[in-house]
Structures are given as C-alpha cells and as structure tokens.
Design a protein around this ligand. Structure first.
Ligand code: SF4
Length: 485
C-alpha cells in the first residue's frame, strides 16, 4: 500500500493511524501532488492558503475509495486533524472502528492524566477524549480508572528511591509467541554457572554504587524468562547476595516471577518466601489444555492449580496470574472460562494481555492460516466486565506494537494489592537499576524531566563474555546522578 504526502511530511503519525487498520504492514512512502492511478493508497494533502489551510485525505482500499476534507487555522494541530480524517475514512472503508481512536502510543493513560491535571470532570474528559482522539467511552473509562488507581501509588513515591530488576533469561522451553530474550534451559545449561557468578558480582557492584549515591531500595523484581527455572539453591544464592549487598529495611515489595507452573516446587516457594519475597506471579496464560499445547507451554491447567495451591499453603497473599487474549486456536468461550476460573480462585492480581506478535511476517502467516481469527476484542471486553463486577481495579495499562485489534494489556488488582513496580516502570517515574542479561537500566530525574537508559548485553553468552566491559559502562549511572545534583 502507498502512503502519499503532498505539502506535508506527517509520515510517522499517518503511518501509525494506518497500522490501526492494516497492522504489521510495510508501506511505500511517496511524496508529490499526484494521486496514484492504481493499487491501494492513502493520499494526504495539506494546502496552505492565505488565512487557513485545507486538509484532504483520500484512500483507496480493496477497490473502494472514500475521502474527507477540513480546514485548519494556522495554530491548529495539523497532525491530529489529519489523523482524525484518515481514521474516519479508513473506518468507512474497512467497517472497523478501533476503540482507542487515533491514540497510537503505548501509554494511553497519559492523555487522561493531562486532562486530570487541568481538574476536568469525568464527563469533560470523556468528551475531550472522544472529540480529540475519537476514543470510545469504554476505553476512556478504563484509562480514567487506571489513572485514579495509580495516583495514590505515585503520590507515595519517595525521591531518591529506586527499584532493582534481576533478569533471569531462562525458561524450561520456549513458548511459540515469546517476544522476550529468553532461552530454553537445555540450550544454555552450560552457561548458567558462569552467568550466576557474574550476576552476583553485578549485584554486589550495584550495591556499592547505590550506597555511594545514597539511593534507597524500594522494590525488587525478578523477571525474565522464568526465574524459578533455576534450582532452589541457585535462587537462594542470588537472594542472599541481594540481602548482603543492599539495605532492605525500606523495601516495600519483592516480586519473583514464577511464571511457568512446571517450575514450581514447595521447596522453591518456601525458600523464596523465607528470603523475603512478598509477591509472586504464576501464569497459566490460558486454562485450556489444548491451547497450552498449541503455544508450546509444557504444562497443563491442573499443574497451574496445583502450583497456586502450593503458593497459598506456603503463605503467599499476593499472587498475580497472567492470561493472554487472542492465543492461537483459543475461543471466546474457553477464554471466558479462563477468566471465570481465575476470578473464582481469587488471585490478588490478574493481568490480561492481548497477543502481540513481534514479527509482521509471523502475524500475517498465522492470520492466513486462520489461527488468529478469534475475537480478541470480545475476549478483552468480557474480562473487563467480569473483573470490574468482581471488585478488581485496573492499575496499569500499556500497549505494544502489533497487538491484535490494537487492544491493550491491563494489570488488574484487588484494591490495595497493586504492584508498585509495575506502576513505576510503566509511568517512568522511578529509577530502575537492572542486573543480568537483557536488563535495561532506566535512570529517571523527574525534576529535570530526564530519562536515560543503560543497556546490559542481551544474551547470557555475550553477558558472560563481555562482563568487565559492561561494568565499565555502568559508570554512566554515576554520571547521571552527578548531573542531577
Ligand atoms: S514463559 Fe514467558 S519468557 Fe519464557 S518462553 Fe514463555 S513467553 Fe517467553
């Protein structure tokens, strides 16, 4: 498909809106005043006149054409006006009206926060989100609720606090939809001892660094991968190294992702609880055994229930369960069953993701095979309705590229059980120091509105190989804080 620009170069915005209707597509970009004679296209023109400008969008899609036009004053936001025109034209041609409207960014809550900052009422916010972004009332309502849940958490955030992220990029097997830097344990068994030695060194190094900088450890998060892929003694060594390297007296949350139920044993959960972990994730993704098999997860729904039971017996009172809407071969009925069973089980957090497929080719291939024709939108709406009815509140929300039907991921929580770390990382309001392969340190200075990232090596092999070099790079953290003074 061609995207043609005449008198403007709003490529980024127009491409973003176009992808809402035709995801995972590479567009031909053309500049000039000529309207294409054949094929599908979007022609976007801005014509400057003396006192105003004329904006015009004409699209041809699958043999049908439609257009819209409007005028703009000199100080009007042309990108937004053109995006709205294109959205309306493509909605008409495709019959599809994406519920987030023209909001294409990963954090739709930002727009709502902007309005809340102006003390607007709920009705005024609904109206503004509809008029400005063509956002549906349903999605605006969720964004508004999310913003409200976050406010208390953000208000309690202490300056000079930070979170520690520990990356364990190993899993028992690799799921077919995985977009993380994670390797199956068999592939990299030989690298693990050296990886753990280096990881302990990096934890100690980070401990010294934060005491020099006077930072206070607020939350710890073990992610990956699946941290519980490691043996109990290996995990214990990491947790003890953290306890020796940092002052944990101000710690408010300690999460370990025990994502895959097939990695959970009573011994591991007891050990992590004794060593200070307060919150875990046990993720079924779906409670349909057929779908689990299809996506390459080597466990059954029953193993998930067993793992959950073990976690309760060990005494965990803050458990998260992740599920995914839109998995290949899943149906609206079996997804609804997953949601209902989890609500009945009563985890403190339930996170509803929408399937996102990293590679465009893969998304299209699966679509062609008819594997992704399930109603993700219906699934997400069902989960939203049931979770709200059951007393859960949305507390963080984000979107990724290539998500089915341009939907979102939402973290739901029983009131008061929200994960602080998830809010901080999503809202980019607190420094996150990451250790381990694939970790990305995020340095935040909210006063000066600065955000910088320091990346670790992605894979365990290169992390081990270039470990010394990587520690050198971490000097950037001290430089960042020196500028903060
Ligand atoms: S458990 Fe998560 S990180 Fe591991 S392979 Fe599956 S999707 Fe990837």
């Amino acid at each position: 498909m061609k995207l043609c620009f005449s008198g403007n170069d709003y490529k980024y915005e127009i491409e973003g809106v176009m992808k809402l209707f035709i995801p995972a597509t590479l567009f031909d970009i053309v500049y000039g005043d000529d309207i294409p004679q054949n094929g599908d296209y979007a022609f976007v023109r801005v014509k400057e006149l003396d006192k105003h400008a004329l904006l015009y969008v004409l699209c041809r899609f699958k043999g049908k054409t439609a257009h819209k036009v409007c005028s703009a004053q000199h100080d009007d936001d042309r990108e937004i006006l053109l995006s709205r025109l294109l959205f309306k034209v493509m909605s008409k041609l495709t019959g599809n009206v994406p519920k987030w409207g023209i909001i294409t960014g990963i954090r739709p809550v930002k727009q709502v926060n902007r309005y809340l900052g102006r003390n607007m009422s709920d009705n005024e916010i609904y109206e503004a989100m509809q008029n400005e972004y063509l956002c549906s009332k349903e999605k605006c309502g969720i964004a508004l609720k999310t913003a409200r849940s976050q406010k208390k958490i953000l208000d309690e955030l202490k300056p000079d606090s930070f979170s520690l992220y520990v990356s364990i990029p190993f899993c028992p097997t690799r799921c077919s939809y995985c977009s993380f830097v994670s390797q199956s344990i068999e592939q990299c068994l030989g690298q693990i001892p050296e990886y753990l030695d280096n990881l302990c060194r990096e934890i100690e190094y980070t401990g010294h660094l934060v005491s020099r900088l006077g930072l206070v450890l607020d939350t710890v998060y073990f992610g990956g991968g699946t941290p519980t892929t490691l043996e109990a003694q290996q995990l214990e060594r990491l947790m003890k190294t953290i306890a020796q390297s940092f002052d944990l007296s101000h710690l408010r949350e300690y999460t370990i992702e025990a994502g895959r139920p097939d990695t959970i044993t009573p011994e591991k959960l007891e050990m992590i609880k004794q060593n200070g972990c307060t919150r875990i994730s046990i993720n079924p993704q779906t409670l349909s055994d057929n779908v689990l098999k299809k996506i390459g997860r080597d466990h059954t729904a029953q193993q998930f229930f067993n793992a959950f039971e073990i976690a309760r017996q060990v005494g965990f009172d803050s458990i998260n369960n992740d599920i995914i809407a839109g998995l290949p071969t899943d149906t609206a009925e079996s997804f609804a069953n997953t949601v209902d069973e989890l609500i009945h089980l009563g985890a403190e957090n339930i996170t509803v993701h929408t399937l996102s497929i990293k590679r465009a080719a893969r998304l299209n291939r699966d679509r062609e095979k008819g594997l992704l024709e399930n109603p993700a939108d219906k699934m997400v709406s069902y989960a939203t309705k049931r979770l709200l009815e059951s007393g859960y509140v949305p507390y963080y929300l984000y979107r990724q590229k290539n998500m089915l039907e341009n939907l979102e991921n939402i973290g739901w929580s029983k009131p008061g059980k929200e994960s602080l770390y998830n809010v901080y990382i999503m809202e980019e309001v607190q420094t996150i120091l990451a250790v381990g392969a694939g970790g990305s340190t995020k340095l935040v200075d909210t006063k000066k509105k600065r955000l910088e990232r320091v990346f670790n090596y992605k894979f365990p092999l290169e992390y081990n190989k270039h470990f010394g070099l990587m520690l050198e790079k971490k000097k950037e953290i001290e430089e960042f804080y020196a500028q903060k003074e």
